[in-house]
Design a protein around this ligand. Structure first.
Ligand code: V47
Ligand code: SF4
Length: 405
């Protein structure tokens, strides 16, 4: 753990700025970060092409600590997927193949969905995350009714639901504009939008991996309409497949520009491409080293985003712990889950569920402060000094020499 300890201890970037063994470009970027100056697209590409992990960790951790100190956020949520069948055929997705053998998938009715919601009645969850495939029966009417019913049943449950992929489809079918559609969703009870469906915005890549669904521009327009209503959303980037570094920089730049206009994004979530059970299985997955570099560059580039999230079911608990030294300040939630999309694609975690106690422990083990938040980052519980009874079952996780475990 020497590397992450060193990164976490480095509170002064002068060591990098004065290091003559670094290139002029890397020293200039370090100076910009110290001065809270924005890095350019060229700088971003230079980092992807040339910067090594330790250097990136120092910069990203410096920014993370400036914004949040040791605070590390998580929430208590559950996922719900109306269907795993989809009429689109994204090449990275394990759902798309099911359209040909629909009987192998599921297609929940309104009652099925409400039964899932009711299963959590006695649990202290604050959020339901709804996302899934696109099918004609899940239209404007279905989703407005679903959101209304959820709110009637449990008004305080935050609904984080659907992405521009679904919204583009249902608004077109329902013949309403993006602005009108998002307003209807808000009136029905939608609280925020998750970051999915972003993939890679650049058409050179998007047309090959996600042809037919909303374009990158349309994805951004729908988020912009939602932000104009005073509402918040997240953003993702699916990386590590056929895209080049220049496409990642273009993606980050588009997000940064929209955020400058609206300020509506809360969190950026890089999603590592997983290669099981989809049409891109022949493509090797990115290494952990590349994943950490990607988190760090995202943190450095997106100066106007408050949070960078590591989605632990995809990358595994240990990489999630490591990511906290590379710019990440949020590790999503407890996700007591019915979700299959990631396990089907070969994610690290076959049963993505972690108790609050486990999440707290794994954050503490790398010397950070666990803070339970709600979806909008209001503090629910600060677990920094909370005492748990039994520490023995957490032995498998990496550990730094800290005294607050
Ligand atoms: O848009 C699909 C991705 C996304 C694969 O906002 C894959 O809090 C990797 O956006 N390998 C949906 N990724 C998930 C998502 C999300 C997850 C957690 C939290 C939040 C949030 C949002 O999952 C899709 C797509 O980019 N995905 N297949 C795959 N094989
Ligand atoms: Fe459908 Fe989404 Fe999978 Fe694409 S990524 S096939 S839109 S479920």
């Amino acid at each position: 753990m020497l590397l992450t300890t060193k990164i976490m201890e480095n509170t002064n970037l002068d060591l990098l700025i004065d290091d003559e063994s670094l290139t002029k470009e890397l020293r200039t970027i370090a100076q910009k970060v110290k001065n809270e100056e924005r890095i350019s697209e060229e700088d971003g590409l230079y980092l992807f092409d040339h910067a090594e992990l330790g250097y990136l960790g120092c910069l990203a951790n410096f920014i993370r600590n400036r914004k949040h100190g040791d605070n590390t956020y998580f929430n208590r949520n559950f996922h719900m997927e109306p269907t795993n069948v989809c009429l689109y055929t994204c090449t990275f997705c394990s759902y798309s193949r099911l359209i040909k053998k629909r009987e192998e998938g599921w297609e929940y009715t309104m009652d099925d969905m409400m039964d899932i919601i009711k299963k959590y009645d006695d649990q202290p969850v604050t959020e339901v995350h709804i996302v899934g495939g696109v099918l004609p029966q899940y239209d404007l009417k279905f989703y407005t009714e679903l959101f209304q019913q959820i709110k009637q049943h449990r008004a305080a449950l935050h609904i984080k639901a659907l992405t521009p992929v679904e919204y583009h489809y249902i608004f077109k079918k329902g013949k309403v504009s993006y602005a009108e559609g998002m307003k209807l969703m808000k009136e029905a009870g939608l609280d925020s939008m998750p970051g999915g469906g972003a993939e890679i915005f650049h058409p050179e890549i998007r047309d090959q991996i996600a042809g037919g669904k909303c374009s990158g521009e349309e994805w951004l327009q729908i988020h912009e309409e939602w932000h104009k209503l005073g509402m918040r959303s997240n953003a993702t980037m699916l990386y590590g497949h056929i895209e080049k570094f220049k496409h990642r920089v273009h993606h980050l730049e588009e997000l940064r520009k929209l955020q400058d206009r609206t300020g509506g994004f809360q969190t950026f979530i890089p999603l590592k491409f997983r290669n099981k059970g989809n049409q891109m299985s022949h493509i090797a997955e990115s290494t952990t080293l590349e994943d950490l570099r990607n988190y760090a560059i995202s943190r450095i580039y997106l100066d106007n985003f408050d949070h960078i999230k590591a989605y632990w079911p995809m990358i595994g608990r240990v990489t999630a712990q490591l990511s906290l030294a590379f710019g990440v300040d949020d590790i999503d939630g407890t996700i007591d889950d019915t979700t299959k999309i990631y396990t089907m694609a070969g994610s690290e975690e076959q049963n993505p569920a972690l108790s609050t106690e486990e999440l707290v422990k794994l954050i503490r083990r790398v010397g950070r402060k666990p803070i339970e938040r709600d979806t909008l980052y209001n503090v629910v519980t600060d677990y920094t000094d909370h005492v748990f009874e039994d520490d023995s079952k957490y032995k498998g996780y990496i550990s730094l020499p800290v005294n607050n475990s």
